[in-house]
Each structure stands twice: as C-alpha cells, then as structure tokens.
Design a protein around this ligand. Structure first.
Ligand code: ATP
Ligand code: MG
Length: 435
C-alpha cells in the first residue's frame, strides 16, 4: 500500500520500506546518485535519493511510484526525512519542456496557471482557501443558519447594470448573478436565517488589485435583524475565521508570508464602528482627493469610498473597522432609508486593516413596497424584472437584512498579498479568461 508523505512522517516510519506515489518536483542528477524532490497528491514534498541508473529517463513532473526505506538525514530538506529508492516505476515520463521553472514572470505563471497550481505557493494558497471555506461552513452550521444554493442564471441586476454579464438564454437574454441576495431574501420567510456560497460575476471594467470578474461570494440574510445584530454577526464570523486559520494553518501562513501570523495575533473584537460622516471628516482632514471627471478634488459628503480612501482609513490599523450609514444615493436600490435621516441608508461595510479596505458589504433592506418601487425606477432598472421580488414586500414583509463577504478579499488580507489574482486558482479579469 502506498502512503502519503504527511502520514509517513507523522507515524515515524524510519527504517521501514515505504511506497510513495507522486511527481518529480525537483531533480538533480549526479553521476552515481540522483536527488529527487517528490511531491505527492496533497502537495507535500520529501527528498528521494536513488542510484542514477534507475533515473535515466526521469524528467521534471514525471509521475512515479518509488519503493525504499525511509531514513532521517539532517541534510535532507523539510524535517530531514529521506527515502532511499530501490525501485522506481513511472506512470508518465513528462515532456522535457515543462514551462514552469524557478524564475518566471507573473504573467507567464498566470498563462500556465493550470500547471503553476503545482508550485508550493499555490499549493499553500489552495490549502488556506479550503480551510476558509470549511471554517465558514462550520460557523454557519454551529449558529444554526441554513445553507441554500440559489440560481446563477438570473434576470435581475442586484448591483447595477454596468457590471452585468449578459448570456443568451434560449430565445431570451439572462445575466450571470452579481449577488444571490434577492434569492436569499425570498428564503427568510420559510427557512429563517439563510446563507450561501456561490460564484458572483461582475464585469469590472477597471483593473484593480481587488476586483475579479468572478469571485467566491459568501452571503447571509436573516429576518427581524437590526444593524447592530448584523455588525455583531459579521464580527463573530470574521474573528472566528481569523482564529481558526491562525490556529490550524500555521505552516501555510509561515510559508506564504512570515508576518501574516503576527498580524493576525493582534486582531481582537469588538471592531471599531465609525459613521460614514466621520469617515469623510477623517479623509477631508487628510486632504484625501478623488477623481472627478478629469480633475482631482477633495472628497466630500456624498462621494463613495474608493480603494484610495479606504486605504487611507485603514492603513494604520491592525483591526478591521465597520463604516455605517452611507448616503442613500451611493448605495443600491434595496438599501433601507434611515428613519432618522432620510439622506442616509442603513448600510454597513467592513473594511480590513493595513490598507486592504472593503471585505464585506451589507445592511438593512427596504421593506416598504412603495419606497422600494421608487428606488427601482430611480435606479433606472426595469420594475418588471423585479415583480417577484416586490411580491416579497406585498405578502408578509418584515424588517430584515444581510451581508456579502468576498472570500478572495478575506484571503488577500489574511495572507498579506497585494494582488487578488494570487488568491484565486483560475482568475477571471477583464484581460484574462484562460486557462
Ligand atoms: P467594491 O466597492 O470594492 O467594488 P462592492 O461595494 O461592489 O465592492 P458589494 O456589492 O457590497 O461590493 O459585494 C459584497 C462583497 O463582495 C464586497 O465587500 C467584496 O468583498 C466582494 N466583491 C465585490 N465585488 C468584487 C469583485 N469584483 N471581486 C472580488 N470581490 C468582490
Ligand atoms: Mg463594486
């Protein structure tokens, strides 16, 4: 029976003959001896030493099975384990022009992402992604939220028409979902607090280090909820995710960014809450500029917070912050108008520290039928596309709210990466849809 490298090391099989299956990650041929770094299907590596006569035809990324005794040798990389191969069987001898080597441009690595996923960086990213998905699911199940699987082919925009991807739908047109929120809203009447994790699609036309055309969207919605509840749910969820990753993904964090763990150690709850008004005051006191047509001017009340202003607000912090009560005009049609100030909407965004900015957006939804209809028309959307959604306000409307968290945004922040493309396996952007 073959073993995985992690099991072999964990059970300490030193002295025993072991069988391993994997790929040749690195290869150094000498006259007598050949040194192989073998990578198994979980991405772990181990050094294999074998007589060069057994290795003549072997190449990088050839898939092989090796048999031999496990030894410990302090010169071997990674915990000093080493296998002395006595037998090697190959499944496939890889062609010699394997395009991924030690020094490649970022673009080349992206062009060959189907192969560069085998690099140790991407293996470690893949592991943390897996953990983040698992810990999110664990948290929602423990808190008794129900998971749903909403449709991706939809007729109605959630975030505005300019970022919609249109698809031919038989003799009609449909769109790829920008958010599952409207569908989650329909479920709170019968399943209570619900959540989903789906791909969301946005035709983001500006190239930024935090926007993808397809991203992994975790969304949640609950009836009879206040803005304070929403804040506290997100605080608990995000803090729990950070704690779990910190506890269980030390090896990956250390490999990817030696300072990641230290910065996660400093995070504590509660996260600070500031109003949008206060955010604008802070930004104005720092003379923060925004682009307005061809000119730059100082940010003012009514402007949306963009990447630069969010960076300014968060760059000197190590804890995330919530920004609440945005102007209604810069938020989508479904955001509930404040009862105390008609110019503001009951929206809340969560901004990650150290300049990373928005990781989640949410708020209380407009539950008044007339107000919602007006907001749909004002937003230049087609009321007929929202008939079914308006029904939710006709038949037993209740105060409710929710949020959407971008998993890649969370990963980018936790791992301390600059570019969001590095935390997704096959990034989709304006200029890239292959591989
Ligand atoms: P931004 O202002 O950064 O464009 P948004 O306000 O459009 O974000 P929401 O519509 O509130 O974002 O979506 C909820 C969450 O989904 C965001 O907080 C973010 O984490 C994530 N998200 C949104 N758009 C993208 C994208 N293009 N790529 C990756 N993640 C995204
Ligand atoms: Mg956006």
């Amino acid at each position: 029976m073959f073993k995985r490298i992690a099991d072999l090391k964990a059970d300490d099989n030193v002295g025993k003959t072991v069988v391993l299956k994997g790929w040749i990650h690195r290869l150094r041929k000498q006259k007598q001896k050949t040194f192989i770094i073998l990578r198994d299907d979980r991405g772990d590596i181990i050094q294999v030493v074998c007589p060069s006569r057994l290795c003549e035809d072997l190449t990088i990324e050839s898939s092989i099975e090796i048999t031999g005794p496990l030894n410990r040798d302090s010169r071997a990389p990674e915990d000093g384990y080493e296998v002395k191969a006595e037998r090697i069987v190959s499944f496939n001898i890889a062609e010699t022009d394997y395009p991924i080597g030690e020094y490649q441009s970022e673009e080349t690595l992206l062009d060959y992402r189907h192969l560069s996923l085998r690099t140790r960086k991407m293996i470690n990213v893949g592991r943390v992604r897996n953990s983040l998905l698992k810990y999110s699911r664990d948290w929602f199940y423990a808190e008794n939220w129900m998971e749903i699987t909403p449709p991706i082919l939809v007729k109605s925009a959630v975030e505005g028409g300019s970022t919609l991807f249109k698809v031919k739908y038989f003799d009609d047109v449909a769109f790829l979902s920008q958010s599952s929120q409207l569908y989650l809203e329909s479920m709170i009447y019968c399943l209570g607090p619900v959540w989903s994790i789906t791909p969301s699609f946005r035709a983001e036309k500006s190239r930024t280090i935090r926007h993808l055309a397809e991203f992994t969207h975790l969304e949640a919605e609950a009836p009879w909820i206040t803005i304070d509840d929403l804040i506290s749910i997100q605080e608990k969820l995000v803090f729990n995710l950070v704690e779990k990753i910190k506890e269980n993904n030390t090896a990956e964090l250390d490999f990817l960014n030696t300072t990641s763990k230290i910065k996660l150690e400093r995070i504590s709850i509660p996260f600070e809450k500031i109003s949008y008004d206060k955010a604008i005051d802070i930004l104005r006191s720092k003379d923060c500029k925004i682009k307005d047509g061809d000119t730059n001017r100082v940010i003012e009340w009514g402007d949306d917070l963009n990447i630069e202003s969010e960076r300014e607000l968060t760059k000197d912090r190590y804890n995330p912050i919530f920004v609440i009560n945005y102007p209604l005009g810069i938020k989508p049609f479904y955001v509930k108008q404040s009862d105390v100030d008609s110019k503001t909407g009951m929206a809340v965004d969560l901004l990650a520290p150290e300049g990373y900015g928005e990781i989640s957006g949410g708020g209380i939804r407009e539950d008044n039928l007339e107000k919602l209809k007006n907001r749909i028309t004002e937003s230049k959307l087609e009321p007929k596309d929202y008939q079914w959604y308006l029904d939710l306000r006709k038949y037993g409307s209740v105060p409710h709210g929710g949020f959407g968290l971008g998993m890649e945004r969370v990963l980018r922040w936790i791992l301390g990466f600059e570019d969001i493309k590095d935390v997704v396996l096959f990034p989709r952007t304006m200029s890239r849809i292959t591989p």
